[in-house]
Design a protein around this ligand. Structure first.
Ligand SMILES: *[C@@H]1O[C@H](CO)[C@@H](O)[C@H](O)[C@H]1NC(C)=O
Ligand SMILES: *[C@@H]1O[C@H](CO)[C@@H](O)[C@H](O)[C@H]1NC(C)=O
Ligand SMILES: *[C@@H]1O[C@H](CO)[C@@H](O)[C@H](O)[C@H]1NC(C)=O
Ligand SMILES: *[C@@H]1O[C@H](CO)[C@@H](O)[C@H](O)[C@H]1NC(C)=O
Ligand SMILES: *[C@@H]1O[C@H](CO)[C@@H](O)[C@H](O)[C@H]1NC(C)=O
Ligand SMILES: *[C@@H]1O[C@H](CO)[C@@H](O)[C@H](O)[C@H]1NC(C)=O
Ligand SMILES: *[C@@H]1O[C@H](CO)[C@@H](O)[C@H](O)[C@H]1NC(C)=O
Ligand SMILES: *[C@@H]1O[C@H](CO)[C@@H](O)[C@H](O)[C@H]1NC(C)=O
Ligand SMILES: *[C@@H]1O[C@H](CO)[C@@H](O)[C@H](O)[C@H]1NC(C)=O
Length: 605
């Protein structure tokens, strides 16, 4: 993985804030679930099967030990309190008959009918059981009878009727936990995951948020929901470039191309002309610039391909290859699978070490560190002094936890490309990881002297100070980083210092400032999924679920992969549920009680 990928994996910087006291409740609940998510999701299918098998086993045991179906006593008009149809041997209760009964008679009949229904249920004769429960319901509208009948429908996989009956039961008794759980299971089977999640939340709220027994169901439902959304919605969206700050940190570790960037020196409308135009756009380091570059690269490749990709001139070949390399990089940034093919084509035409580095990063992004290592090795073999290799190589070692090798690679990167500010920063971070805090701070100070205008340095220094618990000084560094970022034309780290500063506001429970700064962050870097997701979480805390939903939807669109998106989808769901809870009078009242209790408990603790 690269710093680029890593940054984008940190989907939820503000998640810490969800655990904080004031409105704990539902959001807190959702947060605990979404963090379990990934574990459960990987084998959700198999766990689902297991669950079903288990259930089946339990039931058949039950049936065998208690009532064999043969032993159910068929009824006739002598042994039953209610009239029986002699032909069908089933209850024969008409509205006319009922209209003559007293309330207490109706009650007695209802209970007797339900008991008989239970016998048939245990014997797995669900159709007959349904007849009895229906008759019981004719005598008396009782949530238990609806609940019992819904169990029959569920067993028969008649999910429509199972929903109807559980819903009727819940209309009578909203906190009927058995039915909430059952309806959640039914919704899950129907693929109505949002409704399932809502019922599970209601279940949890009625349980005072203490009952964790349905947490694993919730995790599974959210994971299934995310899979469905990814498949049905997000996989069809056009693939777009990530935010300029992400691209910047990816390309920032490469040296500037040693090419004549003056367009006047190239033939208009030629492949080279478009490549040079693209590079000029890239060096602007803005969202717009990168988007223009993306189109220009396409034009450039088109021209070269129309000319049969051929040239006898070595200089031209070099340029064609570079165009293919960048085409590969941009395809990779847009998560296209064919990225690798472009880079391989570039290697065929006119190889250089950087191309192997790009292939290594594509491999690392897929988690194939062995292949990544091979590609880095090829790059080094081609030219051990190439300044473009070692920073990314170090980054991969850093991510797999080999700090020693990471360090030596960053040292080399720094020596070969003194302009690479990230090498300086990473070396300081490794020193911090080794607990040498004083020398880490010295390294940051030295880097500041070398790169006085770099917003990256104060931003990462701020992170270190924050980690160290020096919130006050961290805050100052984030402010400096923000100012420096504003002062330069490029987008370097974009909204990162603002997002980091927002974490400090959360830490001091200053949610209004947190909201203000994140609103600024999404303006500066409208493609930052971290910014949108963080703002969404603050909106949730500020009791603005509609605003939160909008933010999470934006963040979902910006996620680079289905896996990254899962957590954001869980947050989006939590916002939607939050809204539904508020609109549900009974549930929102209960929620308020639970929060009051929770807060009181927090105070006491
Ligand atoms: C017992 O149940 C089976 C299926 O569950 C059914 O085929 C059979 O007719 C039942 N026997 C009686 C006596 O109801
Ligand atoms: C209801 O009661 C009335 C008078 O007690 C009786 O005439 C009538 O037949 C009864 N109807 C039924 C359907 O049992
Ligand atoms: C019917 O509902 C009651 C109350 O929830 C429950 O105790 C009983 O087990 C249910 N019976 C069946 C067959 O589901
Ligand atoms: C250039 O863009 C067009 C339209 O988006 C696309 O069809 C074509 O495949 C692209 N060309 C290359 C070389 O990717
Ligand atoms: C490209 O190759 C085709 C045959 O493969 C040839 O007809 C055409 O003239 C070539 N175009 C150029 C610009 O060389
Ligand atoms: C140039 O290369 C591309 C990519 O390999 C290929 O699709 C295209 O057919 C080639 N163009 C010609 C005219 O051979
Ligand atoms: C901030 O840094 C200065 C010097 O770098 C130090 O003296 C001060 O104690 C730090 N502040 C906090 C709150 O740790
Ligand atoms: C600052 O932002 C980066 C990128 O989003 C993140 O990885 C890091 O954890 C943040 N640091 C703090 C202190 O919030
Ligand atoms: C604020 O940060 C400090 C130090 O990292 C931490 O101990 C504390 O729990 C945080 N407080 C809140 C409310 O997040």
């Amino acid at each position: 993985m690269t710093s680029f990928v890593q940054q984008n994996k940190v989907a939820v910087t503000v998640s810490a804030l969800l655990g904080i006291g004031t409105i704990a409740g539902i959001i807190y609940y959702m947060k605990t679930n979404s963090s379990n998510n990934s574990d459960d999701s990987s084998n959700s299918e198999s766990s689902k099967k297991k669950r079903r098998n288990k259930k089946k086993k339990g039931k058949s045991n039950n049936g065998a030990s208690s009532t064999e179906n043969g032993s159910i006593v068929e009824e006739d008009n002598k042994n039953s309190v209610y009239p029986i149809n002699e032909a069908t041997k089933l209850p024969n209760i008409t509205p006319e008959i009922l209209s003559n009964l007293s309330e207490s008679e109706k009650n007695d009949w209802a209970i007797a009918l339900k008991e008989k229904g239970n016998e048939y249920f245990k014997a797995k004769q669900y159709d007959t059981a349904i007849v009895y429960y229906s008759n019981a319901l004719d005598c008396k509208k009782d949530h238990i009878f609806y609940g019992n009948r819904s169990a029959c429908y569920y067993a028969l996989k008649d999910y429509e009727n199972a929903v109807k009956d559980t819903t009727s039961a819940l209309e009578i008794k909203p906190d009927y936990s058995k039915c909430l759980l059952r309806r959640a299971h039914v919704y899950e089977e129907m693929g109505r995951y949002e409704d399932a999640a809502f019922d599970l939340t209601a279940l949890s709220i009625y349980g005072g948020l203490n009952d964790k027994s349905s947490d694993s169901v919730m995790a599974r439902v959210l994971s299934e929901h995310a899979d469905k959304l990814n498949q049905e919605v997000y996989s069809h969206l056009p693939k777009v470039l990530p935010s300029s700050s992400s691209i910047s940190s990816f390309l920032g570790a490469f040296v500037k191309e040693d090419l004549d960037l003056d367009l006047n020196n190239y033939e208009k409308d030629s492949g080279s002309y478009y490549l040079i135009s693209a590079l000029n756009e890239i060096y602007k380091d803005t969202d717009e610039g990168y988007e223009n570059a993306d189109n220009l690269l396409n034009q450039s490749i088109k021209r070269f391909e129309d000319n049969n990709n051929s040239s006898n001139d070595q200089t031209d070949k070099k340029i064609i290859a570079i165009a293919y390399e960048y085409m590969g990089i941009f395809s990779f940034l847009k998560t296209f699978d064919n990225a690798k093919e472009y880079v391989e084509k570039a290697l065929e035409i006119s190889p250089r070490p950087r191309m192997h580095v790009v292939l290594a990063l594509i491999a690392a992004d897929k988690g194939d560190y062995v292949l990544a290592d091979q590609e880095f090795t090829k790059a080094i073999k081609m030219n051990p002094e190439d300044p473009n290799i070692y920073y990314h190589y170090g980054q991969v070692y850093y991510l797999i936890g080999d700090l020693t090798k990471a360090q030596s690679n960053f040292e080399k990167a720094k020596a070969l490309n003194p302009n690479n500010v990230y090498a300086h920063i990473q070396l300081a971070c490794i020193t911090y990881r080794h607990n040498e805090i004083e020398s880490c701070l010295t390294m940051f100070n030295n880097a500041k002297t070398l790169f006085p205008l770099s917003p990256e340095i104060p931003n990462y220094l701020g992170e270190i100070l924050f980690d160290k618990g020096d919130i006050e000084n961290a805050s100052k560094q984030f402010d400096i980083a923000t100012k420096l970022q504003e002062a330069i034309p490029g987008n370097n780290i974009g909204a990162l210092p603002l997002i980091n500063k927002s974490v400090i506001y959360q830490n001091t429970s200053d949610f209004q400032s947190c909201q203000n700064i994140l609103e600024k962050a999404v303006k500066i870097d409208s493609k930052s999924e971290v910014a949108w997701s963080s703002l969404g979480q603050v909106y949730l805390l500020m009791q603005n679920p509609n605003g939160a939903i909008e933010c999470f939807e934006k963040a979902c669109r910006l996620c680079r992969s289905a896996e990254d998106r899962k957590q954001t989808i869980a947050l989006l769901e939590s916002a939607k549920i939050h809204l539904r809870v508020r609109q549900d009078k009974v549930l929102s009242k209960k929620m308020e009680e639970v929060i009051a209790q929770y807060s009181a408990a927090q105070m006491a603790a």
